[in-house]
Design a protein around this ligand. Structure first.
Ligand SMILES: [Zn+2]
Length: 135
């Protein structure tokens, strides 16, 4: 994975694995969204609709990501179900032009090149669809 991908600016809220039940929880940062070096703890609060968990804790990204898949040894992740869907449509599109996905430009721009390679795309799309379907 490239550094620029991990240094991506975090959105105000994103989906993580609930620390208590493993379902989808929404995480917001304590000090507001900003950039983080890879694998450093990010302090914030998460709320889970499944088990009612609501508490402060630290996460590391993308370990805590709710929407993620491993494709041939590379971790592919998205901020939310919406950005997972965008990623699928982006990879499936012929042009793969980040500008065709308003609001997700920066996210797509930081996608590691390895996932755009022909032999990776189909597998990445299939895995992301399973992520969305929770299979
Ligand atoms: Zn939970």
């Amino acid at each position: 994975m490239t550094h620029v991908y991990q240094w991506y600016s975090f959105p105000p809220a994103f989906s993580i694995l609930c620390p208590r039940c493993g379902a989808e929880a929404i995480f917001t940062e304590e000090k507001g969204a900003f950039r983080h070096p890879p694998d450093t703890p990010i302090a914030g609060r998460s709320t889970c609709l499944s088990c009612g968990y609501n508490g402060s804790h630290a996460i590391t990204w993308p370990d805590a990501a709710y929407n993620k898949a491993e494709v041939r040894g590379h971790v592919l992740w998205a901020w939310s179900a919406e950005s997972t869907d965008v990623l699928i449509r982006f990879l499936a599109s012929k042009e793969r032009n980040e500008k065709d996905f308003p609001g997700h430009y920066a996210f797509l721009l930081h996608l590691p090149t390895v996932f755009k390679q022909a032999q990776m795309r189909d597998q990445a799309i299939a895995k992301l669809k399973k992520v969305l379907a929770r299979e």
